[in-house]
Design a protein around this ligand. Sequence first.
Ligand SMILES: NC(=O)c1ccc[n+]([C@@H]2O[C@H](COP(=O)([O-])OP(=O)(O)OC[C@H]3O[C@@H](n4cnc5c(N)ncnc54)[C@H](O)[C@@H]3O)[C@@H](O)[C@H]2O)c1
Ligand SMILES: [Zn+2]
Length: 366
Amino acid sequence: LPAPTTVHVPLAESSYDITIGRKLLGNLGQLYKPRARQCCFVITSEPLRELYGQRVLGGLEDGGWTSEAIVVPDGEAAKTIETVTWVCRTLAQAGADRGAVIFALGGGAVGDLAGFVAAVYLRGVAFIQVPSTLLSQADASVGGKVAVDLPEGKNLVGSFHQPEAVFIDTDTLDTLPARHMRAGIVEVLKHAVIADGELFAFIEDRLEDILAKDAGALQHLLACNCQIKVDIVAADPFDRGVRGLLNLGHTIGHAVEAAADEWSIYHGEAVALGMISESRLAVDRGLCSQAAADRLETLINRLNLQIDLRRVDVEMARTVLRRDKKIVDGTLHLPLMHDIGETRIVDDVSLDELDSILCDALRNEI
Ligand SMILES: NC(=O)c1ccc[n+]([C@@H]2O[C@H](COP(=O)([O-])OP(=O)(O)OC[C@H]3O[C@@H](n4cnc5c(N)ncnc54)[C@H](O)[C@@H]3O)[C@@H](O)[C@H]2O)c1
Ligand SMILES: [Zn+2]
């Protein structure tokens, strides 16, 4: 078994490590040791409890933890104020004190909910991320943003709360459905386009191995990916500057995702569409070569995302776009690709320009 890779996250107040490798789940109690008689709570959803609950709880107990699972609704349904209340009450009834530690076992939804609970319960307790989807391993578990949704919109109630550690066990991807793998790779591609041409070339070279869940390829992919996100987050922990680069593809992507009926388009799929159409804008403005934009589009096409644009309400997408929080006085700070591995924020993109690329994107399928 190859040794795990560690990516260090240097933050002024709370540095921690991201550990990426195989067979971590059953060893969490050794990898993260308790103080004497310490309690932990594993927040997870039913499918994950069924697949990995025993392995995780057993490993924690072996390391000396007293552990208990708290099972929340699966997927986005976990991210409600009601679930926060219920989990906090469950913790209080179990006598969880400031020394309790919360483990988040699941995808980005469980991670966002558990992290938010950890941020607010007793004004903050420690938490550990154990992400189990490619999207959460590549993106959601890194950076310290935690949030739940309101009926008025996603992630409207949240905080910054850094984990004590992140354990990315690539073995968990064995059970992840192919569509989630393909959508998750898009966020990795995004990080590569922002800052790492070599990672982009690696994905071009090894895409089939990655999709086939080759452990060595995944470990390299995630280590490079997390290093990029960590560098950006460390430079801008509270999202006031360069972190805006991480919105690449997300302005158009978010509008498409929100206007698809019953969330039928996955986040990563919508971001793929957003990256392609925003790269066309970059070419039109003379910022990026046609060859670089074509290279991105070719790689995304190889992912074979089956995006059904007939399920997107065009007028609703345009409305969502107009309400984008990042638009001030009709212009927007938009990250645009200048080359593979180089993205910069452009501050004079008009709403009309964006509206026109959104309409183009919704007319021709990718
Ligand atoms: N905090 C951040 O910075 C950040 C960044 C990006 C996304 N997010 C959030 O992440 C969420 C999306 O995360 P997601 O894509 O991981 O979706 P998810 O958490 O909803 O999980 C998707 C599905 O995959 C299943 N699943 C998870 N791991 C599995 C495994 N190993 N095997 C089989 N099935 C598995 C889950 O049960 C669920 O049904 C959104 O709520 C989004 O807002 C947060
Ligand atoms: Zn995203």
